[in-house]
Design a protein around this ligand. Structure first.
Ligand code: SAM
Ligand code: SF4
Length: 465
């Protein structure tokens, strides 16, 4: 199979260098975004070029409006679960890289994996992303087995209903094997779309040193039957403006080639990690970070945006409104960290890939979301009902959110409140549910939700639409 190099470095460099703020054009582009149309590279570059405070404010306001209009106020919650950190690569920014001498290496045993899953279920989690280093140990068959273990391991009312993957790129046969285990999204981050930086960060002779193998990872995933694809860039390795245009190029490529854009876009920022000491001349400031999140929302309006606990509470709370649709919470990155019952906030850097910025518990994060009029959701309905590409449905089908997403958010939140919430969260949660019910316009759907809510209170679970 021949892969297309869809990153036009020269064009992107030119756009970054030679696009200047143009008020009238920006107004037109924002109107196009509000009309739910994805932006091309030139239009995205025009937003990137904005510097004037008032025009920037307009970008933020438009991103906020778009998020509200399309996705409403739901935030989907998940947890990352690190399965193993053996790695054959030597990515210069990562605490798991093979030359990191003081990193403690570990792969969870089957029993340890079950313990981690049970701890996560006992917090209330329903959606996981499993994370692995790159190693022959973590073969497609091995990954598939860990996925099955997640689905099979249950604790009380707790169960994992969706497992996503963040692992090294596979070949088409490999993707088929993990798909058959019932995965949701398969994520591979390009890290940097800038070839020169890519080569500097990923030594040649390592698997990850092959830029095209990684750039084509999602093409092979699609060929292997996975149409929920997660892309991302690690911000801080190169100019954030280049990376945003790289991500948009990737989204356009997937949409044009396969008819399906990325299911999610991630935009991790570089964090301190064990045994890492590299110069970071491209560190992204909080202001630029806010700008890039808003621009991604506007440029690829049909896609879910993921903001992880790498960021601290302040940034996460501030950026949520600009279009983020998924966050992790109660996150522990140490291998085995969920079942270790560590003291809150404590981290052992030698056992984790990088430092976590938001160390709040799941319950604390949920309580804060509720305080800010978000509805935390553990919904996993779409892919289980065969409705893959759920973001696209939310985006494209009128009434989809009112009929499916909001009701499912209400029901999964109610399960959480009944089974796991602290007192304050429980009170705030049921008040939020009342407000959400009032927002459902179809009386028949509303009655059906109220009926199912009563069943949840009586102990029934997993009553999704
Ligand atoms: N090993 C696989 C790979 O590299 O694709 C699986 C994913 S890796 C464990 C997860 C992601 O963490 C990487 O793709 C990278 O973007 C991110 N990452 C690595 N080092 C980081 C750091 N120091 N700070 C923030 N994110 C980092
Ligand atoms: Fe290995 Fe992934 Fe870390 Fe690179 S980013 S060293 S591939 S775990």
């Amino acid at each position: 199979m021949k892969y297309i190099d869809f990153i036009d470095t020269e064009k992107i460099e030119n756009l970054v260098k030679n696009t200047h703020e143009d008020r009238e054009r920006v107004e037109e582009i924002l109107a196009k975004s509000l009309n739910k149309e994805a932006l091309n590279l030139e239009e995205t570059a025009a937003l990137i070029a904005v510097k004037s405070e008032d025009l920037l404010e307009e970008i933020f306001n438009t991103a906020r409006t778009l998020k509200k209009q399309i996705y409403g106020n739901r935030i989907v919650l998940f947890a990352p679960l690190y399965v193993g950190n053996y790695c054959i690569n030597d990515c210069r920014y990562c605490g798991f890289r093979k030359s990191a001498k003081t990193t403690v290496r570990k792969t969870l045993t089957e029993q340890e994996l079950k313990n981690e899953i049970i701890s996560l279920e006992n917090q209330g989690h329903k959606r996981l992303i499993l994370v692995y280093g790159e190693s022959p140990i973590y073969s497609p068959e091995y990954i598939a087995q860990t996925v099955r273990t997640c689905y099979e391991t249950k604790s009380g009312n707790g169960e994992i209903r969706r497992v996503n993957i963040n692992a090294a790129p596979l070949d088409i046969e490999g993707y088929k094997v993990v798909k058959a285990a019932g995965i949701g999204t398969f994520q591979v981050f390009q890290e940097t779309y800038h070839r020169e930086t890519y080569a500097a960060m990923h030594p040649s002779g390592t698997m990850k040193g092959d830029y095209m193998w990684r750039l084509s990872a999602m093409d092979r995933a699609f060929e292997g039957g996975i149409d929920d694809m997660g892309i991302g860039a690690l911000f801080g390795l190169y100019d954030w403006r280049f990376e945003v245009l790289g991500l948009v190029s990737h989204a356009i490529h997937l949409k044009e080639t396969f008819g399906v854009g990325p299911h999610t876009i991630s935009f991790p920022r570089m964090q301190p990690a064990n045994d890492i000491d590299i110069p970071l001349p491209w560190k992204v400031s909080d202001d630029d970070f806010k700008k890039l999140v808003a621009i991604l929302r506007l440029a690829v309006p049909y896609t879910g945006l993921i903001m992880t606990a790498r960021e601290n509470k302040g940034i996460r709370d501030a950026l949520m409104q600009f279009g983020v649709s998924q966050i992790d919470a109660g996150t522990h990155l140490e291998i085995g960290g969920y079942s270790e019952q560590k003291e809150k906030g404590s981290q052992t850097l030698s056992k984790e890939q990088f430092q976590v910025g938001d160390t709040r518990s799941l319950d604390e994060v949920i309580c804060e979301l509720l305080r800010n009029d978000f509805i935390p959701s553990f919904c996993t309905s779409c892919y289980r009902m065969g409705r893959t590409g759920e973001h696209f449905m939310e985006f494209a089908i009128p009434g989809f959110i009112g009929n499916f997403c909001s009701p499912n958010a209400i029901l999964t939140l109610a399960e959480y409140l009944e089974d796991y919430a602290g007192e304050e969260t429980r009170k705030a949660g049921f008040e939020q549910i009342d407000r959400e019910l009032a927002r459902i316009s179809d009386p028949v759907r509303k009655a059906a939700v109220i009926k199912r809510l009563e069943s949840v209170k009586e102990g029934k679970r997993d009553l999704h639409f």
